[in-house]
Design a protein around this ligand. Sequence first.
Ligand code: ADP
Ligand code: ADP
Length: 226
Amino acid sequence: TPFIEVSGLEKRYDTRNGPINAIEKVSFSVSKGEFISIVGPSGCGKSTLMKMIGKLLQPTSGSIRFHGLPAGADSPDLGMVFQDAVLLPWRTVFQNVCLPIEVMGLERAKYERRARELIELVGLKGFENKYPSELSGGMQQRTSIARALVSDPSLLLMDEPFGALDALTRETMTQELQRIWMESKKTVLFITHSIPESVLLSDRVVVMSARPSKVQEIIDIDLPRP
Ligand code: ADP
Ligand code: ADP
């Protein structure tokens, strides 16, 4: 059974100017450990789709099912990264990365060790005690990536996580993400505007068409991994 099964998913936003059909009849499935990219023109509903998978938004119709999970658990542990880092300004880098440990009540010693490893992994060693206002945009984004990974989530949802980064940082982060994925075999859903990035990183690319948005095609990428 697939890890995630999206079927006949639709989302309509009711706005002052009438309804907007952001997503129409989107269906696809994701196996455990797969890296899936979602590409498509701006405004085609990629963020809407991801927010529904992350339970931040309720679908208008259709369903998202998570299989292969213990009975009673209706959704997997999630890590989410958005285009703009949303950090708590009164907390340091280390305290921001450790936020899920507190929220989820995880074992402190073990996960704080992981937090330090991740901070190093995203290239922020030495910045643990800095506040977000003292960091560049790229560094803030890398902090939010470390935070998304700290609880060792089984599903990682990333909405253009590198969109706001400069080209060089983006390249480094893409390689880091690939390394993290190879190491941990997490299931990843990754929204990007970059076709090369999606081809490099993913097992499959879900291509969405312009609004009202459907899945246009699903491309299997069969490239050897480094
Ligand atoms: P993408 O991530 O592919 O750029 P979005 O999911 O952000 O697309 O948006 C899909 C469509 O739904 C767009 O036309 C957008 O303007 C509209 N939309 C997104 N969020 C809302 C909202 N909260 N209220 C009304 N319309 C929205
Ligand atoms: P993206 O960069 O993914 O395309 P947008 O810039 O379209 O995102 O949207 C940013 C935020 O604004 C999202 O949370 C989205 O849900 C919301 N949004 C987008 N379009 C609209 C809209 N027409 N009305 C209200 N909210 C919207």
